[in-house]
Write a protein that binds this ligand. Structure first.
Ligand code: ADP
Length: 163
């Protein structure tokens, strides 16, 4: 049984995240999309809202035979992965700027849990500049983000803005 955890803030889910999920799913039997409940950040969406959006969008993605789960977590990713008996942590790398941070995290996670391997996927070219932060900034300034985030996420962002 090959089980992986794909951890992140997902505030909100983008097509870049979905691309990583679609491409990494065939490598595993089960994957947990793990939404970090980071109390220090001020997220646009609550962790429950983020999980709900991912659960709604996931069925539209071809995840091969990989069984998908969505869970929130707080604290150490390595500890969460161990508690779920996952053998791998999946992360995406966009630019060189991601690399340094991801390398540090992967090395630290390996030190904490030597049995768990971090698996990196290079971002898809068309999404290599897409980040949740950039999507929120462009959206809030009235720019078009269609095609870069799922439609459902765009709707929820619109609803959030008119709250
Ligand atoms: P975090 O706060 O942990 O970086 P994110 O939600 O920003 O959480 O990202 C989760 C994971 O998805 C990270 O490994 C990140 O590099 C990856 N990721 C984010 N956006 C993209 C994208 N457009 N293409 C590929 N990977 C991405």
């Amino acid at each position: 049984m090959r089980r992986a955890v794909f951890p992140g803030s997902f505030d909100p889910l983008t097509n870049g995240h979905l691309d990583i999920i679609r491409r990494s799913a065939p490598l595993f039997d089960e994957m947990i999309v793990a939404v970090l409940n980071n109390l220090e950040k001020h997220p646009m969406f609550s962790v429950e809202e983020r999980c709900a959006m991912i659960r709604e969008v996931l069925p539209t993605v071809d995840t091969s035979d990989c069984k998908m789960f969505v869970e929130s977590f707080s604290g150490l990713t390595a500890e969460f992965a161990k508690s779920r008996k996952a053998g791998a942590i999946v992360r995406g790398i966009r630019a060189v700027s991601d690399y340094e941070y991801e390398l540090r995290m992967a090395l630290m996670n390996r030190r904490l849990e030597p049995e768990i391997e971090t698996v990196f996927l290079m971002a898809g070219e068309e999404y290599s500049y897409v980040s949740s932060t950039l999507m929120k900034q462009v959206f809030e300034l009235g720019g078009r983000v269609a095609g870069l985030i799922p439609e459902l996420v765009e709707e929820r962002m619109r609803a959030k803005n008119s709250e």
